[in-house]
Design a protein around this ligand. Structure first.
Ligand SMILES: Cc1ncc(COP(=O)(O)O)c(C=O)c1O
Length: 367
C-alpha cells in the first residue's frame, strides 16, 4: 500500500526545543513535557523517550490509555494523568507508577478506597483559578480530604485560560488565585509539593507563572502560540509530506473541484495530491493554502475533498507525477500555525487530526 501522507518527525528538533524551553525557564524549574494526544500527533512513545532523555522531569498524558501506551514501551519517569484515573483503575495506576490528577473530593475518596493496603498512589491536586473546567473550587477542602485519607500529594497546580493573549489580565488574576489557594492548603497542614501553572503560552507570557515546574506541549513541537515571536529559537519537529498523484493541463476558464470554487485565469498545470481532509488536511484550507515542492510554493486551488487536494503547479518548473510535496513543516514547508490561522483554527487541531495510522518516520540521533 502506498501511504498517502507521511509525517517525518525530527527528534533532534524536539530535543533542541526542549533545551530552549529549559533555557528560558532556567535550570531550577522542572519541565513536565506534555505528550497527550499521541504527543500532539508526533507519536507518544518516541517523543516521550526523547523528551525524558533531554531532561524532562515528568510526562503528562490525558488518561490511563495513553499512560499504558507509554509504559508499555518500557518508558520510565513520572507520568501525570491530566484527566485523572477512574477508581476502578487505581491499582493499575499504582502498578504503572502513575500520578493521577484529582480535583474532586468524592473522586479522591473513591480512588483511595480502591488502593490495595500498603500501596501508594501519589496525586497532584488541581485547583480552578479561572478556567472553569477541571479544578477544585474548594482547594483547602480537597487538601483536607487528602490529608485525612493519607494520600500522598506530590504537587498542586492550575491551568491558565488566556495566556496566549499578551498582556491579558487573567494571567495575574489566576496567579494570585493560585497563590491564595496554595496558602489556604498550607493552612490545613498539607505540604503542597511541586507547584505548577504555566502551559506554553504561560511560559512566554509571564515568568512569575513558572513556579516549580512548567507544562509545555506546543513549544516542544516547535510551534509558537501566535502572536509570540523571538525569545525562543524553535525548530519544526513535524514535516507532513505527500507525492503528486496526477498532473494535467487545463485551459483558461476551467472551473476546478467540488462546487467549482476556483476558476483558472490562464492555461494551467494542475497537480492532484492523494490527501484531503480524511488524512487531516483541513477542508477549510480550500483556496487558502500553499504547499512547497521543488523549492517553490504552489497554491491549493478549489475545494479540498476527502481524499484529494488540487494544487496549481504552473509556476513550478518540471513538476511531475511522484514529486514530493510538503503540506506543512520541515525547513521549507508552510508553518502549521500559519495554516491553522488560515483555516480558522489552531495548530493543535491540525497536528492532532493527523490519523494515528499515517506513517511516521523518525529521524535524529534520539531515534
Ligand atoms: C493541563 C494542561 N497543561 C498543559 C498543557 C500544554 O499546553 P500547551 O500545548 O499550550 O503548552 C495542556 C494542553 O492542553 C493542558 O491541558
Amino acid at each position: 500500500m502506498t501511504p498517502r501522507a507521511v509525517c517525518t518527525i525530527d527528534l533532534d528538533a524536539l530535543t533542541h526545543n526542549f533545551g530552549e524551553v529549559q533555557r528560558l525557564v532556567g535550570p531550577d524549574v522542572r519541565v513536565c513535557a506534555v505528550v497527550k494526544a499521541n504527543a500532539y500527533g508526533h507519536g507518544a512513545v518516541p517523543a516521550a523517550r526523547a523528551l525524558l532523555r533531554a531532561g524532562a522531569h515528568a510526562l503528562a498524558v490525558t488518561n490511563i490509555d495513553e499512560a499504558r501506551e507509554v509504559r508499555g514501551a518500557g518508558i520510565g519517569g513520572p507520568i501525570l494523568v491530566l484527566s485523572g484515573v477512574e477508581p476502578a483503575h487505581a491499582n493499575e495506576a499504582v502498578r504503572l507508577g502513575l500520578v493521577p490528577v484529582v480535583w474532586d473530593a468524592a473522586h479522591l475518596r473513591g480512588l483511595a478506597g480502591e488502593i490495595a493496603a500498603g500501596s501508594r498512589l501519589p496525586v497532584h491536586l488541581k485547583f480552578d483559578t479561572g478556567m472553569r473546567r477541571l479544578g477544585a473550587d474548594d482547594a483547602p477542602g480537597l487538601a483536607a480530604v487528602a490529608r485525612e485519607l493519607q494520600v500522598p500529594v506530590e504537587g498542586v497546580f492550575s491551568h491558565l485560560a488566556c495566556a496566549d493573549e499578551p498582556g491579558h489580565t487573567s494571567v495575574t488574576q489566576q496567579l494570585r488565585a493560585f497563590e491564595d489557594a496554595v496558602e489556604a492548603v498550607e493552612a490545613t497542614g498539607l505540604r503542597p509539593g511541586i507547584q505548577h501553572l504555566a502551559n506554553s503560552a504561560g511560559i512566554l507570557a509571564d515568568p512569575r507563572t513558572h513556579l516549580d515546574m512548567v507544562r509545555p506541549g506546543l513549544l516542544l513541537y516547535g510551534c509558537l502560540p501566535p502572536p509570540w515571536v523571538g525569545e525562543l529559537d524553535l525548530k519544526p519537529v513535524m514535516e507532513l509530506k505527500t507525492r503528486i498523484l496526477h498532473v494535467k493541463t487545463v485551459p483558461a476558464g476551467s472551473k476546478v473541484g467540488y462546487g467549482w470554487t476556483y476558476e483558472t485565469t490562464r492555461e494551467s498545470r494542475l497537480a492532484v495530491l492523494p490527501v484531503g481532509y480524511g488524512q487531516g488536511y483541513p477542508r477549510a484550507l480550500s483556496n487558502r493554502a500553499e504547499v512547497s515542492l521543488r523549492g517553490g510554493r504552489a497554491p491549493v486551488v478549489g475545494t479540498i475533498s476527502m481524499d484529494h487536494t488540487t494544487i496549481d503547479v504552473t509556476e513550478i518548473e518540471g513538476a511531475r507525477l511522484g514529486d514530493e510535496v510538503t503540506l506543512w513543516g520541515g525547513t521549507h514547508g508552510p508553518d502549521v500555525m500559519d495554516l491553522a490561522t488560515r483555516a480558522g483554527t489552531i495548530g493543535y487541531e491540525l497536528l492532532t487530526r493527523i490519523p494515528r495510522d499515517a506513517p511516521r518516520i523518525y529521524k535524529g540521533k534520539n531515534e
